[in-house]
Design a protein around this ligand. Sequence first.
Ligand SMILES: [Zn+2]
Length: 63
Amino acid sequence: MEKVFHLNDVVEMKKPHPCGTNAWKIIRMGADIRIKCEGCQHSVMIPRREFEKKMKKVISSTV
Ligand SMILES: [Zn+2]
């Protein structure tokens, strides 16, 4: 099933961040996706294909 997500959505990943938070905001979209941990503000960049595999669900969407 194709996952739908947009810029500024907050998503839950299959694995929480080591800081204990499992809410990530999508802050950049492209061939790579940049997400920022809502708990500690740490951000990571991951390839879109990998992001789609690791993302569990959208928690909140502004769209
Ligand atoms: Zn964190």
